[in-house]
Design a binder for this molecule. Structure first.
Ligand SMILES: NC(=O)c1ccc[n+]([C@@H]2O[C@H](COP(=O)([O-])OP(=O)(O)OC[C@H]3O[C@@H](n4cnc5c(N)ncnc54)[C@H](OP(=O)(O)O)[C@@H]3O)[C@@H](O)[C@H]2O)c1
Length: 398
């Protein structure tokens, strides 16, 4: 599976005629320099809302967290979670957009001196209100800003994917050790009741020996280019959907099988002439082979109808999750012995605050981090192997 190829688009691209004639393509041509791999302020995100009233003052012992990068996920999920969790609170914001930062800070009841820019970030070292930093920047900025946070003496929770390359992940882990501070990757599904229940059931062997795992993490990107959307810019997003949405399917295959693959094979698609995919892949398909003989087939795409499912097929039944990795409403169905049972282990919405509470437990009580930097590194190594396989056309043994 390589380029799907649209012959007219290919022709336009080859002759250059399309570049002159189509504003969409022209925008794409300008895009590559227009999102630099450095922290810059961006406009108000297209989702995420602010609390109507500021959260109550933090309780004694609560961990003050500086949130770096005020995009959709920071405003929509990370900040509400920090404010809701038992022992964390938002203590500062770090942003390249001063107006947005002021508005967000006001909504969280933060004073003006708790607003930092990317240029003043290092001053957080002297701010005792801040014990930890939550990195919610595009992926290509995770490694540097994690290192800056450790240099300032703070603990770090970093959004997934951990970084663009295994080498960057290793740098982050080394910086954590050097600073003697915690590093956690914000893999929220490890705190989500449906995923936790599914993992428990698999450990109990409810479907017998696993034969196949299938996952899909797909949606269709609109008419955007790398200039509008960092997820389409290679310097900030790597290969695209696999690191972003597809990472959930990869993780599901690992925690539901309870195994690590012995070989991987990957296939990438990058349709020529489509400005959305001038820099990243549109689709990545992966086959993982596990020591037990189980096989996982993973699909992730920025150019397919929305689908988020994880299914496990065993010799004695099947486990079906759809959606599997959502913010809310994940479902779990167990089919065996000719009957089907819908399980309701809890509200998916608790995952964000549970994750922040776990981060606090790690800092305060020394609890072992469930999703440490080493897990992030493991996953980026697998992503790297998948891309190597796709490039060579051969499976990669691990
Ligand atoms: N766990 C999940 O379910 C989940 C879901 C979505 C996203 N995420 C992760 O969260 C992180 C942020 O994603 P997002 O969806 O929130 O992105 P986003 O809405 O585009 O926001 C990213 C923010 O990063 C800052 N930024 C600094 N330099 C930038 C640059 N060169 N290009 C673009 N933005 C830059 C900007 O904040 P300022 O304007 O304040 O400077 C921007 O608003 C990523 O690591 C992503 O993978 C995780």
């Amino acid at each position: 599976m390589t380029d799907r190829g649209h012959s007219r688009r290919n022709f336009l691209q080859l002759t250059g005629a399309g570049l002159a004639a189509t504003p969409w393509l022209a925008a794409c041509a300008q895009a590559q320099a227009s999102i630099p791999r450095q922290a810059i302020g961006r406009p108000w995100p297209n989702w995420g809302s602010l609390p109507e009233t500021p959260p109550p003052p933090p309780k004694a012992g609560s961990i003050g967290v500086a949130v770096v990068g005020l995009g959709g996920y920071a405003i929509g999920k990370a900040m509400p979670a920090l404010a809701t969790a038992e022992r964390t609170h938002v203590a500062a914001v770090v942003s390249g957009n001063p107006e947005k930062a002021a508005k967000v800070a006001a909504a969280y009841g933060l004073p003006d001196d708790a607003i930092y820019s990317y240029d003043t970030f290092s001053k957080i070292a002297d701010d005792d209100r801040i014990e930890a930093v939550y990195i919610v920047l595009p992926t290509g900025l995770h490694a540097d800003w994690t290192e800056y946070a450790f240099a300032a003496g703070k603990h770090v929770i970093c959004e997934k994917p951990m970084a663009l390359t295994p080498a960057e992940c290793e740098r982050m882990i080394a910086a954590s050790r050097g600073a003697g501070r915690k590093l956690m990757i914000a893999y929220r599904c490890h705190f989500e009741p449906v995923n936790l229940k599914a993992t428990e059931l698999m450990r109990q062997g409810v479907v017998g020996k696993i034969q196949t795992i299938e996952t899909a993490n797909n949606y269709r990107v609109g008419k955007e280019t790398p200039a509008d959307n960092w997820r389409l810019a290679k310097a900030l997003a790597g290969g695209g959907p696999l690191e972003d949405y597809g990472l959930y399917g990869l993780q599901v295959a690992l925690y539901l099988s309870g195994e690590l693959p012995v070989s991987v094979q990957g296939w990438t698609e990058q349709p020529k002439g489509d400005p959305r995919f001038s820099e990243v892949f549109s689709t990545v398909k992966t086959e993982l082979h596990f020591p037990s003989g189980a096989v996982a087939n993973l699909m992730t795409s920025y150019d397919a109808d929305t689908l988020n499912m994880s299914n496990v097929y065993g010799e004695a039944g099947k486990l079906l999750m759809q959606p599997a990795n959502g913010y809310a409403g994940n479902t779990l169905t167990l089919v065996r012995d000719g009957s089907s049972e819908v399980l309701t282990p809890g509200d998916s919405g608790v995952q964000f605050a549970q994750m922040c509470a776990h981060f606090a437990d790690a800092i305060r009580e020394g609890v072992a981090i469930r999703t440490p930097g080493e897990m992030g590194l493991r996953d980026i190594r697998l992503v790297d192997a998948i891309y190597r396989s796709a490039a060579s056309g051969e499976p990669v043994n691990l």
